[in-house]
Ligand binder design. Structure first.
Ligand code: IPE
Ligand code: IPE
Ligand code: MG
Length: 252
């Protein structure tokens, strides 16, 4: 655990104000394939390295006291990739979830999933459900990690709209009662505050279907660093950058 004081120089020598950290950081974990290619390794080696980075960054966020971390692990579009690559990613998810399941209680965090889990391999889906259930029972979990798995923002909105429409038909909802707040309760992110900061490494400047509803007023941070090379120091730089911004939410 880092010994953070109220003001702390980050590893990059930037001053972080620990009283003004974002409450929710969301990360598009991108660049695994290019990282591997640069080293003459198969893309799958990049995913293995990226999974290690995920663990490091999750613990760094926890040590900083950031209550919510959301990560994009597998999109609804990623099924287009070669089968071997997809199955390596699924295997890695299985491995890291098993580890997380063991450490949740000790380390005081819980895990939730955003996305349509119904399309996942059965064993992985069961493990996701077990992880969520175990996490929900962790008393005093102060940190929540949301893993976006078979997640697409448009798919999330459509699934929410379908559920809402079914409740209309069943007479449990009224059309005139639909507000942004009500609709949010049908999204995978229900109960989670919107992300304050969205980070995308690897030099791509797009959202790729990540949290379109929730990102309406998020701040964005892009870096050319590839995800497997992303370190706590890079995160601190992003946080220092975030703290120099003025958020207006449409006001003056
Ligand atoms: C992100 O890295 C991981 C997933 C999408 C699952 P990529 O595999 O997209 O890496 P690049 O973008 O090809 O370098
Ligand atoms: C977004 O990255 C999805 C994840 C990181 C899981 P992609 O690599 O799939 O996105 P595109 O294809 O570059 O837009
Ligand atoms: Mg990519």
């Amino acid at each position: 655990m880092a010994f953070w004081h109220k003001k702390q120089k980050s590893a990059e020598g930037e001053s972080l104000d620990l009283t003004r950290l974002p409450g929710h950081i969301a990360i598009i974990m991108d660049g695994n394939g290019r990282w591997a290619k640069k080293r003459g390794l198969p893309r799958t080696a990049g995913h293995a390295a990226g999974a290690e980075t995920f663990r490091t960054i999750a613990y760094h966020c926890r040590d900083l006291g950031i209550p919510y971390l959301t990560v994009y692990a597998f999109s609804t579009e990623n099924w287009k990739r070669p089968v071997e690559e997809v199955s390596t990613i699924m295997d890695l998810l299985h491995k890291y979830l098993l580890e997380a399941l063991e450490k949740m209680e000790r380390d005081g965090f819980c895990i939730k999933f955003f996305g349509d889990l119904s399309a996942l391999p059965l064993e992985l889906r069961d493990l996701c459900l077990e992880t969520e259930q175990t996490g929900a029972a962790v008393s005093g979990a102060k940190y929540q990690i949301n893993v976006c798995l078979n997640y697409g923002g448009r798919d999330e909105i459509l699934r929410a709209a379908r559920t809402w429409a079914q409740e209309i038909l069943a007479g449990h909802q009224k059309i005139e009662d639909l507000t942004e707040e009500v609709f949010s309760r049908y999204l995978d992110s229900r109960g989670v505050p919107d992300p304050d900061l969205i980070i995308r490494p690897s030099g791509e400047l797009r959202l790729s279907n990540f949290l379109p509803w929730q990102s309406a007023y998020a701040e964005f941070y892009f870096t050319d660093v590839l995800w497997p090379d992303f370190s706590p120091a890079v995160l601190d730089t992003a946080l220092a950058d975030f703290q120099r911004r003025q958020r207006r939410f449409g006001g003056v």
